[in-house]
Design a protein around this ligand. Structure first.
Ligand SMILES: [Fe+2]
Length: 252
């Protein structure tokens, strides 16, 4: 199983603070069925984790996993907190796309949606970077106005839900919104966003079970295929936003 969003690397952000905790988290990933894991440390908020720093760290961590006989491969990535100057030439070389391909995890602030969000999506796409908006179901403004998520998709962004949201770990309202977004085909991929083994662990397997139960096995296959395509930097088919729009506004 492929997981494209995690905070598994030690010492870089609010993930593990020791190699011991990194090892425990990596073991939890393996026991939940993850084989390919993208490490996506936060960048440009409380933490500064530019491209070069992450790549160097990943190579050490993969060596460590081999030494400990943990059957998990970690790939480079980054969770980039949105800002207006993201493509400023001085900041541009800090960006680390998933496995150095064309997809970037883009994080919004937890409570609002900056008024330049669509502009940033457009600018990234012009540079052949497809932004993946992470966990919109946990953003307060989007919870109150979920139609904005449709606008992001129409603009060309992809949407990633957190696995924990699907199984109710962030409360009933978040679970309900996650479910509606899937129902309206506004979700492209699922990921764990794992931080630690206790409160924010790996539960992608449980989330996929829930999705198969509620939406059918084909829906799980679609998300898993997209995760693979993102990691391998391939394109995939997205349902026409025009088709989504009609159904979406009917419900929101
Ligand atoms: Fe994250």
């Amino acid at each position: 199983m492929i997981d494209i969003h995690s905070h598994v690397l030690p010492f870089l952000d609010d993930g593990p603070d020791s190699y011991e905790h990194f090892k425990e988290l990596a073991r939890q990933a393996v026991s939940s069925g993850v084989t390919h894991l993208v490490a996506t440390p936060h960048h440009n908020r409380r933490y500064e984790n530019p491209k070069d720093k992450i790549i160097k760290h990943i190579s050490h961590c993969n060596q460590y996993l081999k030494m400990k006989n943990i059957n998990l491969t970690i790939y480079p990535g980054q969770e980039y907190r949105i800002h207006r100057e993201i493509l400023n030439p001085q900041k541009e070389n800090e960006i680390l796309t998933i496995n150095q391909g064309n997809y970037l995890l883009l994080e919004l602030p937890p409570h609002e949606v900056p008024d330049y969000t669509n502009e940033v999506i457009y600018e990234l796409l012009l540079k052949s970077i497809t932004p993946i908006i992470v966990h919109p179901e946990r953003n307060k403004e989007l919870q109150n106005n979920p139609s904005m998520i449709y606008e992001f998709v129409q603009e060309g962004a992809l949407i990633q839900l957190t696995a924990g949201s699907v199984i109710g770990k962030f409360g009933g309202n978040v679970k309900k919104l996650a479910s509606r977004l899937i129902d309206h085909q506004l979700v492209h991929v699922l990921a764990s966003d794992a931080h630690n083994i206790h409160t924010r662990g790996f539960c992608l397997d449980e989330a996929y079970k829930e999705i198969s139960k509620s939406f059918g096995h084909q829906c799980t296959t679609y998300f898993q295929k997209n995760a693979k395509n993102i990691l391998e930097n391939k394109e995939f088919q997205i349902e026409s936003p025009r088709h989504i729009k009609k159904r979406f506004f009917k419900f929101f």
